[in-house]
Write a protein that binds this ligand. Structure first.
Ligand code: C2E
Ligand code: MG
Ligand code: MG
Length: 508
């Protein structure tokens, strides 16, 4: 609800009480004078009137000052709650009111689109430009948005890097597409900051009135679903709300409320996928991969629930569970194989993972050298120094650190020379195209050369055919993981541990 300031002079409850108190005091004072001086004093009437007038003037000036201060405070509060201080755009509160007005008018007039836009990797922009220049960039971005809106109040800054815009159109898909195209062309046009040219990456979600919904909260939620889908599919894209696709996302959001219960009910399970050495052909370890065995939905993939757990904070107890269970399982294996556990960047922001791992090792009795922790590149965008020191402490106690999904992150490569990873895991997206894509081969050769020069080992993940397995072996990869060699499985179903590189032997 929008707070509106009462600009005229007004008296509130507290002030009425104060004023009543002062009036009582005046009365009491008059009675006191009357009692002290008696009614025969000639001065009594005058003195009484003068004193009462003085006290009344004093009271009025107190009320006035109180009231003035309150009006000023309310004005400032209104300013803050309706307009973003940095960009001057509407805040979330005012924007909600604007949508409401649009809906009232649109019943009689025309359709409109609600567009949510996120500047991707804004933390990275902040870090590389510095806060002052990043602020200027946000102001310039806002100006371009306003240029496309009918009114300034149709544009909002919803959070640090999240913006919203309402665009009226005539209901035809072509018109909307043309307007969106013009908007995006303008927003993608490089910004200049201190002599540098900055190109922004944007993710967006769009919902339409009246096609998608006629209610403001629904339109907002649908645009948000579409935005989430754009982010999940790799950022830097704008999606319109699609009932089927976004309902799935919505459905997954429902899981969010169910996670605590599921952990208590032992519904989370670790599956283990084998990893093999190229040189010996023998199994060297397992990667622990979590699953949710939901009573109604069956097995849910971590790709579906980990992003939700990262949003709602559940990733912290979940990761602790995964680490403890993985270490415990590894101690029960016949062969002293290594166990690799995935860490989430969100978990690392909130928990001292080095302490957690030490505790897991102590409680389970697993040798530190048998534990490998997998982190992703995104960790180094948000918290490079802190992450690096935590990971270094882990290496000091003998735990190895692998960089997972290498090649899919956003960062430059400079963090590779700043942190001595023990291993790089080349992402499946490069591996799967290897047999027919020369570009993928060139990337893999370059990565292998670079890792060798930095003294890092290399695992190729996602190997699902023999041809690719052979290519990677010849290219000099150290370890292999993929469906061809073994799918992730419930360890309880494994009689012992697998040994040997079966598919490679078969292929030979
Ligand atoms: P990841 O760590 O990169 O794990 C490898 C993923 O690739 C696994 O998917 C695995 O089943 C899949 N994979 C392996 N070989 C092949 C192949 O040959 N073909 C295909 N198509 N897929 C293959 P999964 O188990 O669905 O896990 C997805 C992601 O979820 C993991 O990617 C990891 O980022 C995350 N994850 C899984 N368990 C945990 C966990 O305990 N904690 C955290 N923070 N993340 C986890
Ligand atoms: Mg992994
Ligand atoms: Mg991976």
């Amino acid at each position: 609800m929008l707070v509106t300031a009462e600009r005229k002079f007004s008296i509130n409850k507290k002030q009425w009480l104060l004023m009543g108190g002062l009036a009582l005091f005046n009365l009491f004072y008059a009675i006191l004078l009357f009692w002290l001086l008696g009614d025969d004093s000639p001065m009594l009437g005058l003195v009484q009137i003068a004193m009462i007038a003085l006290i009344s003037a004093l009271s009025f000036s107190i009320f006035y000052r109180f009231n003035k201060r309150e009006i000023e405070m309310r004005k400032a509060f209104e300013e803050l709650s309706t307009n973003d201080k940095l960009t001057g755009l509407s805040t979330r509160t005012k924007f909600a009111q604007t949508i409401g007005k649009y809906l009232e008018n649109s019943r009689k007039t025309q359709p409109f689109a609600l567009i949510l836009l996120d500047i991707d990797r804004f933390k990275e922009v902040n870090t590389s430009l510095g806060y002052a220049a990043a602020d200027d960039l946000l102001k310039a971005f806002s100006k371009r948005l306003v240029h496309f809106a009918d009114h300034r109040s149709d544009c909002a800054r919803l959070s640090s890097n999240e913006f919203a815009l309402l665009i009226r159109y005539d209901g035809s898909g072509e018109t909307l597409q043309a307007r969106m195209q013009a908007l995006l062309t303008d927003l993608y046009h490089p910004f200049s900051s201190e002599g540098r040219s900055i190109e922004l990456s944007l993710s967006g979600g769009v919902s339409l009135y009246p096609d998608d919904s006629q209610s403001a909260p629904c339109l907002m939620q649908y645009a948000h679903f579409a935005l989430q889908r754009a982010k999940q599919q790799g950022h830097n894209r704008i999606f319109c709300y699609e009932e089927g696709a976004d309902e799935k996302l919505h459905d997954l959001q429902l899981l969010s409320q169910d996670m605590d219960r599921a952990l208590k009910n032992d519904e989370f399970k670790l599956f283990f996928q084998p990893q093999f050495s190229f040189s010996t052909g023998e199994q060297v370890g397992f990667e622990a991969l979590i699953r949710w065995d939901h009573p109604e939905r069956g097995l849910i993939s971590p790709a579906d629930f980990i992003p939700i757990a990262e949003q709602n904070g559940f990733i912290i107890p979940l990761s602790e569970f995964a680490l403890m269970e993985a270490c415990k399982a590894a101690t029960s294996w016949v062969n002293p194989l290594r166990v690799a556990v995935n860490l989430s960047p969100i978990q690392m922001q909130h928990v001292d993972v080095a302490d957690l791992a030490e505790r897991a090792l102590q409680e389970t009795g697993l040798e530190p050298s048998r534990l490998e922790l997998e982190v992703t590149e995104s960790l180094f965008i948000d918290m490079s120094d802190q992450a690096a020191s935590t990971l270094k402490r882990l290496q000091d106690i003998g735990v190895t650190i692998a960089l997972d999904d290498f090649g899919t992150g956003y960062s430059g490569l400079n963090y590779l020379s700043n942190f001595p990873f023990d291993k790089l895991k080349i992402d499946r997206s490069f591996v799967k195209d290897l047999s027919h894509d020369k570009g993928a081969m060139a990337i893999i050769s370059a990565v292998i050369g670079m890792a060798q020069s930095l003294d890092m080992r290399i695992t190729a993940e996602g190997i699902d055919n023999k041809e690719v397995l052979e290519i990677l072996k010849l290219a000099g990869c150290h370890e292999a993981q993929g469906f061809l060699l073994g799918k992730p499985r419930d360890i309880a179903l494994l009689p012992g541990v697998e040994m040997g590189l079966p598919a490679q032997k078969e292929a030979a």
